[in-house]
Ligand binder design. Sequence first.
Ligand code: SF4
Ligand code: SF4
Length: 300
Amino acid sequence: MHDIWNPWHGCVKCSEGCENCYMYFLDDMRDKNGAEIYLTSNARYPLSKNRNGSYKIQSGEKISVCMTSDFFLAEADQWRSAAWDIMRMRSDVIFILVTKRPQRIAECLPADWGDGWENIFLNVTTENQKRADERLPILLELPFRHKGIYVAPILGPVKLGKYLDSGQIEQVVCGGENYGGRRPCDFDWVKSLRAECESRDITFCFMETGTTFIKDGKQYTLNGKRLQTSQALKSGMNYQGKPMHFDLVDTWGLPVPEDRLYVKHYCSNCRECAMKLICNGCSGCGRCKKDGKGEISYEE
Ligand code: SF4
Ligand code: SF4
């Protein structure tokens, strides 16, 4: 249950979805500047071990990488090869990359990349149709074995059908805007994406409504991540498509036996979380905490 690895922190805004970046918002609350980019003390985290000599991150765990930056940020070029080295060494762990910079990926891959590493799941973020049409053709050309799409924060109607028809996309995640931003998420946009995924048996996760949610023409304000994700779950939009499978291997290149793989556990609060569909198991995240419950108000 060690679900995030941030080898570096800080970022450069690059498109509409970055306008109210949550990392900048949270840094600002701590009197820090999200534009300051630096290597963290966790840069080698996936290699850290327990006292008994076993890795803290177990075989089969899913780790989201660079959640307070972008893995393909140009300013991080000097650090990326060391991060690739760690992911190569931990071929028994699934690393989830999420980027708005697919145009940089081809030049950032390690020399032994070949047709991709089995333990890397690449996701490209597309907040609107313009960015989808700009970034997803690049995603389809890249040599990765596992690919997904994040439509978050969703800022308008987005049609993904022609990209999903490639047969390469294994998962789509959608969510509204929160933290410092409140651009609206219209339920009709979500329903349209869900239908596109369901008709192709691709997993679709509506992870959160965002702060401003429009349903049947009425606008609602939902404060608090826990409320936003529980309302997303109640909307019934989540769809489990064809399950993803990662053929993980150990240091010697041998398949990791099923009985050595990490087993997910969830707390009672996870039951109300829309992200449970794609979550790696309870990590005591912000959505679990009772103080994030929040409230709904309706605006005429
Ligand atoms: S790419 Fe992500 S982390 Fe970077 S500024 Fe944009 S939203 Fe923030
Ligand atoms: S509340 Fe539970 S299921 Fe949801 S993201 Fe957090 S840990 Fe995962």
